[in-house]
Design a protein around this ligand. Structure first.
Ligand code: NAP
Ligand code: MG
Length: 484
């Protein structure tokens, strides 16, 4: 069923876009005086209506054949392709991501949608031998039900796509709360899914402030599960509320991802990967390289090359084609990064490049920063900064490098640069993270393999690929006994 005309400042409930009496300005982080859109601030009552709509649509959607659900995702993927430029520009204007990265993100969402479209024709169960003769014993996957989807601003198209696509193909009805500052992107993605044929009420979009409607999203009686990507602080609260209610939860949280550079590494490759992973998207990636742990024998040369490469990055207006690094996404992000950069010298870290932020009235820019010195246990070296800042720590040998890499409450991703197969294998086995890259960036995730962190970086089943099925379905075990 076609939804009414999408509105950038509207809520989508039961297939209808509706106005809100309260609007929040979305600002261009490169020019904070410029309002680029308005976000409808959903109320707790709106959330309740969204859940009622999802519940009403859930049975019909669950009964829709999975290949037909997949077909809608395939069409949505094609529509995203066709609208790449418009969606990417909107993303760049509200979130500050360099346009070329915004385009890549939108393209990635199209790939994710099409990948999950194909999942609509995959097996949804297994047949087992039974101890009783003539008995058919099998499992079947059924939708989890009505699911809350809560997403961050740093990948406002790709992360929603990798939650919404599997949730939908496995037959769930959804209430989606995107990040306030990037909700224009959410409106466009919801619009595309409806244009592709998603029935009314299957996906409901409630924009606004998480601090106002967050609890209502997780405590709604209709909710069967919640999938969340965002900060550890909010994740902890969602985890608590979910546990209290026995709600299935999936939490993808922060990181303090190390790149380990051993003495035998291809240094130029290490430098290119580290600079991209640490600085692209202005360092605002959960998988950003925020620690570089280098064997002392190569540390000085590595730092010299990191500085040369990082300081050559083009920082500027995200919609300029030449820009590699846009501003931080918001005034709050800008403040956080400024505070960490002020703390760094007090903790003994020295900025060998960058180390400064712009005056916020000129845009929320921060220069790519490489820090050396300081203690590996400092706040700067252990807390997630979520800015274009990486701290280089020198160690004596590979064993110390792995110990330090693991000496963090986080466990999302890590990379190791070496030509030694044994060292690579040892690192792959010993690193306490969800994703390891050997001779590659800490950032980046292909859509058909599991993604997620361990330790303080996440809980619940992995996202993406077939792993997504574990969260978005329940398994039923069926015994059919022969009574002839
Ligand atoms: P955030 O502040 O935790 O916000 C995430 C989402 O939760 C937003 O939609 C936010 O809404 C909402 N929210 C805020 N308070 C809430 C509450 N009390 N109850 C329910 N929802 C609430 O995170 P962020 O600043 O957007 O994103 C940055 C963080 O995400 C970083 O820590 C990063 O590492 C992490 N991240 C992790 C992954 C991963 O896969 N592991 C991927 C990307 C990002 P508002 O926008 O209205 O505040
Ligand atoms: Mg936040």
């Amino acid at each position: 069923m076609a939804a009414t005309q999408a509105r950038d400042d509207g809520l989508l409930i039961g297939g209808r876009w509706r106005a809100s009496d309260r609007l929040l300005d979305r600002r261009n982080p490169a020019r904070p005086n410029e309002v680029v859109g308005r976000t409808a601030a959903a109320s707790v009552e709106d959330v309740a209506e969204a859940y009622a709509a999802a519940r009403a649509a859930a049975a019909g959607w669950a009964a829709t054949p999975a290949p037909a659900r997949g077909e809608i995702l395939r069409r949505a993927g094609d529509l995203v392709d066709r609208r790449t430029e418009e969606i990417a520009v909107g993303l760049a204007l509200e979130e500050g991501k360099a346009l070329r990265d915004a385009r890549a993100e939108v393209q990635r969402a199209a790939v994710i949608l099409r990948y999950h479209a194909g999942e609509g024709r995959q097996a949804i169960g297994e047949v087992y031998p039974s101890a009783a003769s003539g008995t058919m014993l099998h499992t079947q996957r059924e939708p989890l039900g009505v699911v809350a989807v809560i997403t961050p601003w740093n990948f406002p198209i790709a992360i929603p796509a990798w939650k919404l696509a599997p949730a939908l193909v496995y037959g769930n009805a959804l209430v989606w709360k995107p990040a306030e500052i990037a909700s224009g992107s959410a409106v466009r993605l919801a619009e595309v899914l409806h244009e592709a044929g998603l029935p009314a009420g299957v996906l409901n979009l409630v924009t606004g402030k998480g601090s106002e409607i967050g609890d209502a999203l997780v405590t709604a009686p209709e909710a069967d599960g919640v999938t969340f990507t965002g900060s550890n602080a909010v994740g902890r609260r969602i985890g608590l509320l979910s546990a209290e209610r026995g709600l299935k939860s999936q939490l993808e949280l922060g990181g303090k991802n190390p790149s380990v550079v051993l003495a035998d590494a291809d240094l130029e490759r290490a430098v290119q990967c580290i600079v991209r992973s640490a600085m692209y998207s202005t360092g605002q990636r959960c998988t950003a390289t925020s620690r570089v742990i280098a064997e002392r024998a190569v540390a000085d040369e590595l730092v010299e090359r990191l500085v040369a490469t990082a300081s050559a990055l083009v920082v500027g207006d995200p919609v300029d084609e030449g820009t590699e690094i846009g501003p931080l996404a918001s005034a709050a992000q800008h403040r956080t990064v400024a505070d960490y950069l002020a703390l760094a010298p007090q903790e003994g870290h020295v900025a060998v490049c960058g180390g400064t932020v712009a005056d916020p009235s000129d845009g929320y820019f921060a220069s790519p920063t490489v820090l050396i010195g300081g203690s590996p246990t400092s706040r700067v070296a252990t807390e997630e900064i979520f800015g274009p800042v990486t701290a280089v720590l020198a160690v004596d040998d590979a064993a110390e490098a792995l110990r330090l890499a693991n000496a963090t409450p986080f466990g999302l991703s890590a990379s190791v640069f070496t030509r030694d197969l044994n060292a690579a294998l040892r690192a792959a086995n010993e690193l306490e993270v969800g994703v390891v890259h050997i001779n590659g960036e800490t950032a980046g995730a292909e859509p058909h393999v599991p993604f997620g962190g361990i330790k303080g970086s996440g809980s619940g089943s992995r996202e993406q690929g077939t792993a997504a099925r574990d969260f978005f379905t329940e398994t039923k075990t069926i015994y059919i006994e022969d009574v002839t």
